[in-house]
Design a protein around this ligand. Structure first.
Ligand SMILES: *Cc1c(COP(=O)(O)O)cnc(C)c1O
Length: 344
């Protein structure tokens, strides 16, 4: 039996995605832009995004987990895929060698594991202040680290989306360690780091958020286009009489008779309660959300749109900087929470 069409869609603007990569590649100056495609391309879907990025010219793809490798390998060459979390044990080393993807080595322990497992070209993450993964600068002289065949020497900025003194400190720390280990290329900047200027670009940049429409620094706003458009169908319309309430805890009470629509999406789809009070859009019409967001449903006011009925589609405005402002949820979280009931 064929599945009936969904009532929930996440439209992906592939032209915008490709244009964003090209813009970030251009903004990266002499460096080339890669792409962070971890977390299923920040929730938008590897199968929809990676081919577009590849066709736009991207050659360097970063995932976090080993479980994310296979989906990316459907579309690109193994040597173009790097795994940021590196190997935890011999089975992950074996998996890297079997698939041919490149581990990012993040500790002396991982360096030893990799070499003991047969080694080969790898990337090396050096921590310059974020204190998540990466060897510390003083560990770089360790023989296990010196024995690595380092393709790209990496570090990661903690505060690139702010005008923080930390950025220059991390840049200086990164520059300091470059002579301490042989490597073929260097990479420091994420999306926001690209906007910090040529000093931060090195050979390869690693944008993630901005590929998918995020604007971590205002100076990037003109270059970056929205990519993800959540849309939901009205599955029922109903009439409220003055005094009737909507939703859990009855937080909305109709002041007059009104017509409302029920949409089949909710916080289980990543439209969190933080969206309470926001508006959906139908063409020029702006339709307020009434009451609390439920797990699977949101009720909207159709007073201004008497022509809308069951089966018509509404759009949730998802311009990420504006949406983050409105919901107090970060642009990163707004993308990655979007659930699997959206047809992409
Ligand atoms: C996630 C990640 C990126 C991408 O960062 P954005 O801020 O999304 O551009 C780059 N490098 C590393 C190491 C990451 O973990």
């Amino acid at each position: 039996m064929t599945l009936p069409p969904p009532t929930l869609r996440l439209d992906i603007d592939r032209d915008a995605l490709a244009a964003n990569w090209r813009a970030l590649d251009r903004l990266s100056g002499k460096a080339r832009a890669g792409a962070a495609v971890k977390a299923d391309c920040y929730g938008l879907g590897v199968e929809h995004c990676v081919p577009v990025l590849r066709d736009a010219g991207c050659r360097d793809f970063f995932v976090a987990h080993w479980s994310e490798v296979a989906a990316v390998l459907e579309h690109v060459e193994p040597t173009q895929v790097a795994v940021l979390h590196g190997p935890l044990d011999a089975s992950e080393v074996a998996y890297a060698r079997e698939t041919g993807v490149v581990p990012v080595i993040d500790s002396i322990r991982q360096a030893k594991l990799w070499t003991e497992g047969g080694g080969g070209a790898c990337h090396l993450m050096v921590d310059t202040g974020i204190n998540r993964l990466g060897i510390s600068p003083k560990e770089i002289s360790d023989p296990a680290v010196q024995a690595l065949d380092v393709q790209v020497l990496l570090s990661h900025l903690a505060c690139a989306d702010e005008d923080s003194a930390m950025n220059a400190r991390q840049l200086a720390a990164f520059r300091d360690i470059l002579p301490s280990i042989e490597h073929r290329e260097t990479s420091l900047a994420n999306s926001a780091g690209i906007a910090l200027g040529a000093d931060y670009h090195f050979d390869l940049t690693r944008p993630g958020l901005s590929l998918y429409g995020g604007v971590p620094r205002p100076e990037m706003a003109d270059a970056i286009r929205q990519v993800a458009y959540p849309k939901a169908a009205i599955i029922q319309t109903r009439k409220l009489s003055a005094g009737e309430c909507v939703g859990y805890n009855a937080t909305f009470t109709a002041q007059h008779d009104m017509r409302v629509g029920v949409l089949s999406l909710g916080y289980a789809d990543g439209i969190l309660r933080a969206w309470g009070g926001a508006h959906f859009r139908a063409g020029e019409k702006s339709l307020p959300i009434l009451g609390k967001v439920s797990m699977d449903m949101i009720v909207v006011d159709l007073s201004d749109a008497p022509n809308l009925s069951e089966g018509d589609w509404l759009e949730l405005p998802y311009n990420l900087p504006d949406a983050a402002q409105q919901t107090a949820v970060s642009q990163y979280e707004l993308l990655t929470v979007l659930g699997n009931r959206f047809q992409r």
